[in-house]
Design a protein around this ligand. Structure first.
Ligand SMILES: [Ca+2]
Ligand SMILES: [Ca+2]
Length: 509
């Protein structure tokens, strides 16, 4: 029944469109809509229309919003790339698959070994899947890099020159500010360096720009079946190295930096009453050298660059013969802190990490609508199945087709998981966090959108009831973490002998 409702909706949208715009349609509508998915790595709610930063300039994302459903409260399944993307692509949340960290390659998860991923499922059901750029999280294997190339009909390696102009470089690990080495630098820090600056070469040579131009060409070609294009842009992910023109869009002196309080983390305590979190090393370095505005400028510049790349794909689509028959889903894979809660980057269960920009355009939509219900990236897979009328499949997410019909439909809170047993449950008003039962947080998002005041210890009856309600959405199963890719022996890695080949779709559920 649901499947027919999906088909009906698409036909209804198309019918409305064809009545409203006589003569404009130049293409025979195929039975199934095409899909264009645009993934923007580490883009938080600073994408203009989401209002996270009042000075952000993302005109292309905002233009798409004008003809779309703008989901204002969207959570990631996990607050880092690997778990978030593995969940939305497999359709199963981290607590089901055991994919909790960037070292977990989804192909080692038993459930992923027997189930088709999102592009594979559409390929199996008559779609041509085409991808370039970061969609799956990358993993090194004995046989080269696993980009998820096995999941598509057509895949091409992204390429480009994103080298930094060293005169403009900032690097925390190397202790470099505006191209100059500083005294007392925080040398040898681990993990991905906090780096920013302008590119050495022109925009036309950069990786994401070239990926966008590739899709522009692909959207001018003819196809004999419906297509599912998956475009992955790697900015604003670190390093924030983008062409100078994007830095020039933001005057440093007048930039607004996010609000923080130095005592903010004092009210997050474990069972023994000890503080669970402290200001992180990036925050302290930026504080010490008074670089908050510089890093905000760099992140905004990287967002504007990603927006321009997304705009190339969107303009190509809406100027093509596919304009009236293509679903568009644009998303960031999780949030990003820029000083909020004394932290930079992601990977927390606070709202700055768990919430992300998400825009959905379905053929026939002609004006912007905002939906405040709590959806999750995990919900994309079942939603696309329903919209495209392909066979239903048992998945962890919930199809939000009812919200596309009426954004005010009653809905439920949603979940983000970080590491085994740590969860965030968010509703429109409340945000509950549990660290394996060893620590808790609760915020009233209406009164306290910056999540300053932790109410978890409050014994007020209303608060206790809210907590119990949100806890009822915690998963019953917390699967063991799957093997870490880096800890594998050579023998175990043999499973990847065929990373370039498609899996046998006929045996995948
Ligand atoms: Ca990411
Ligand atoms: Ca606090």
């Amino acid at each position: 029944m649901k499947m027919y409702r999906g088909l009906l909706i698409v036909f209804l949208f198309l019918l409305l469109y064809s009545c409203g715009n006589p003569g404009k349609r130049s293409v025979t509508i195929t039975e199934k809509p095409n899909i264009v998915m645009i993934a923007i790595d580490d883009l938080n709610d600073w994408a203009g229309v989401f209002g996270g930063h009042p000075q952000a300039k993302t005109p292309n994302i905002d233009k798409l919003a004008e003809i779309s459903m703008v989901f204002r409260n969207t959570s990631c399944p996990g607050p880092v790339c690997g778990p978030s993307r593995s969940a939305l692509l497999s359709g199963f949340r981290p607590s089901t698959t055991g994919i909790y960290g960037n070292g977990n390659n989804m192909r080692y998860s038993e459930i992923v070994q027997s189930h088709a991923t999102l592009p594979e499922y559409f390929s199996k059901h008559g779609y041509l899947t085409i991808s370039k750029g970061k969609i799956f999280h990358k993993h090194n294997t004995e046989n080269g890099t696993d980009h998820g190339q096995w999941a598509y009909d057509i895949w091409e390696q992204e390429k480009g020159n994103d080298k930094v102009d060293r005169q403009t470089l900032y690097s925390r690990h190397k202790g470099i500010i505006n191209g100059k080495k500083i005294e007392g630098a925080a040398m040898g820090a681990k993990g991905v360096d906090l780096v920013w600056g302008a590119t050495e070469g022109p925009k036309e040579e950069t990786k994401d720009y070239r990926t966008a131009k590739w899709f522009e060409e692909k959207l001018q070609e003819d196809y004999d079946k419906p297509f599912f294009m998956l475009a992955g842009f790697s900015k604003p992910h670190l390093p924030f190295v983008v062409p100078r023109e994007f830095y020039d869009r933001y005057g440093l002196d007048t930039l607004i930096v996010p609000e923080y309080r130095m005592d903010d983390l004092d009210d997050i305590l474990d069972a023994e009453g000890k503080k669970m979190f402290n200001a992180d090393a990036d925050f302290l370095w930026i504080q010490e050298h008074d670089l908050h505005k510089e890093v905000v400028q760099a992140y905004l510049a990287a967002c504007s660059y990603a927006d321009e790349c997304a705009g190339i794909v969107l303009d190509a689509l809406f100027n093509s013969k596919y304009a009236d028959n293509t679903i568009v889903m644009l998303w960031g894979d999780h949030g990003w802190h820029l000083g909020e809660k004394l932290k930079y980057r992601k990977a927390s269960l606070w709202k700055e990490s768990t919430q992300l920009p998400f825009i959905v355009h379905v053929p026939g939509m002609e004006k912007r609508q905002d939906c405040y219900r709590n959806v999750n990236l995990l919900d994309m897979y079942p939603t696309l199945i329903e919209l495209c009328g392909i066979p239903e499949k048992e998945l962890d997410g919930i199809s939000f087709v009812p919200l596309l019909e009426d954004p005010g439909t009653e809905w439920q809170p949603t979940l983000t998981t970080r590491g085994r047993g740590n969860h965030s449950v968010i509703s429109e008003k409340w945000h509950y966090i549990s660290y394996n039962g060893k620590g808790e947080e609760l915020y009233n998002l209406e009164k306290d959108p910056m999540e300053f005041e932790n109410l978890a210890a409050c014994t007020d009856a209303e608060i206790v009831a809210v907590k119990e309600h949100l806890k009822s959405f915690l998963p019953e199963v917390n699967a063991e973490e799957i093997v870490d890719n880096n800890a594998l022996t050579k023998e175990n890695k043999e499973i990847f002998a065929t990373i370039d080949d498609q899996r046998d779709l006929s045996i995948l559920e």
